[in-house]
Design a protein around this ligand. Structure first.
Ligand code: PMP
Length: 447
């Protein structure tokens, strides 16, 4: 086992293949993985990483791969971003843990104050810090139930909220997330999502359809919360039609239902604004964040209206590690990077570059049924030409081509037929163009 190599933006920003992908060193490590790591924990690429930064991952064979995945929307500020590294090193040398519930420290409160400032709405807000996205969603539901005295929770088709028991119930897709893992938590109800490619409905009509299902099948007065990803992540980077989210927000407000925006994947500059809700001025009652919040360190949060957050009895929220001081230092460093480098603006520019490349590609390849997304959260959905019949095999073939050519791409979607592009915002335009040249060659090679 080799010692760590320095990563960060100083790594040469290039795609460079010195072996096949995976190379012999990765292959040897993958055999160890197979021996000691549970098979249920899968990997998108059998490539072991030695260092990362800017827009590249350096593997143990010396290959430099272009990163279009950010570790699933986590390293928004780039891997080993300077301000994250600096603050983490300072914090880890001072103290690593006290448990905020035993003896508190400034970093936790600093993160909560920053979240109050950055999240949508200018009302009084408070936060609780947790370890993972799923834990944040669980806590948001606990808070909504405590605040309303109601049980039911509404979620949407194609939703992804996590892998714990309650969040599995909230997640839509069976395979691989739920298969043989039931029984699931009760009082979770599913409504139809706005999916412009597949329903062709206006946002208002799609919201009316969802509200009608919830009204008739659950009853507004029984609903504690409606939880929604403003742009769905794992479900296929589905951007609801304009007007859908505002109409839903109006209905929840009128009926005393807590609106939970799950911005775990879409938040923290990813879509060109601090949060995806900001595009339509939607102000959720509670917002869950994780992933991009802390530059790669595990941290998550529920942030929301102070009176809702404070409806929970003293001692009702928390956990041993939630808001760990090192993770909080990383978050403060990541947010500093976002502000200093105007990363919402950079995400918008990246989105324009990617969109133009994808529209070009869609002109030449009728298998691309849709180009969608916002900012640096872009996707294409692949279908049999002229239909909306999913073509997952083609998505897998192009993805595998990209991996072999040194571009880390991810797929997603209920049918596995969506290519999603979510590079770190520290990537250069040159690397992005090179990556999309490879993606384009992948479509040509598999035509
Ligand atoms: N919600 C959304 C929208 C997500 O994208 C994810 C992770 N893909 C989660 C919740 C769960 O987060 P975690 O994996 O940190 O538990």
């Amino acid at each position: 086992m080799s010692s760590p190599v320095s990563g960060g933006p100083g790594l040469p920003q290039q795609r460079r293949l010195v072996t096949a992908v995976p190379g012999p060193e990765s292959a040897a490590r993958f055999a160890r993985k197979k021996a000691y790591v549970a098979d249920g924990v899968s990997t998108a690429l059998p490539v072991f990483v030695a260092a990362a930064g800017g827009g590249v991952l350096l593997d143990v064979d010396g290959n430099s791969l272009i990163d279009l995945g950010s570790g699933i929307a986590v390293t928004t500020v780039g891997n080993a971003a300077p301000e994250v590294v600096r603050r983490v090193q300072e914090q880890v040398a001072a103290f690593t843990h006290t448990c905020f519930m035993v003896t508190p420290y400034d970093g936790y409160v600093d993160v909560c104050e920053t979240l109050a400032d950055l999240t949508p709405g200018d009302h009084a807000k408070k936060s609780a810090l947790l370890n993972s996205g799923a834990e944040a969603v669980e806590n948001a539901v606990k808070i909504a139930r405590s605040a309303t005295g109601r049980d039911a929770v509404a979620v949407f088709d194609h939703a992804y909220h996590g892998r714990t028991n309650l969040t599995m119930a909230m997640t839509a897709k069976n395979m691989p997330y739920k298969h043989r893992f039931g029984p699931f938590a009760g009082e979770v109800y599913r409504a139809p999502m706005s999916y412009p490619l597949r329903d062709g409905m206006s946002g208002e009509d799609a919201a009316a359809r969802a509200i009608d299902v919830l009204d008739k099948q659950v009853g507004a007065e029984n609903l504690a919360a409606v939880a929604i990803e403003p742009i769905q992540g794992e479900g296929g980077f589905i951007v609801p039609a304009e007007g859908f989210l505002p109409a839903l927000a109006e209905w929840t407000r009128a009926n005393g239902i807590v609106l939970i925006a799950d911005e775990i994947q879409s938040g923290f500059c990813r879509t060109g604004t601090w949060f995806a809700c900001d595009h339509e001025g939607v102000v959720p009652d509670l917002i869950t964040t994780a992933k991009g919040i802390a530059g790669g360190m595990p941290l998550a949060a529920v942030t929301g209206r102070a009176e809702l957050m404070d409806s929970v009895h003293v001692g009702g929220l928390g956990g041993t590690y939630g808001g760990n001081p090192v993770a909080c230092a990383a978050a403060l460093g990541a947010i500093e990077e976002m502000r200093r480098h105007d990363l919402p603006g950079r995400a918008t520019a990246i989105g324009e570059l990617i969109r133009s490349r994808l529209l070009d590609l869609a002109d030449r390849h009728p298998v691309i049924a849709d180009v969608r997304g916002r900012g640096a959260m872009m996707a294409i959905e692949l279908c049999q030409p002229g239909t909306v019949t999913p073509d997952a095999a083609r998505a897998a073939a192009v993805s595998s081509y990209c991996h072999q050519q040194g571009v880390v791409t991810l797929t997603c979607g209920t049918w596995g037929n969506v290519f999603r592009f979510l590079p770190p915002l520290s990537i250069s335009d040159d690397l992005l163009h090179e990556a999309f040249d490879v993606v384009a060659a992948g479509f040509d090679a598999t035509a």
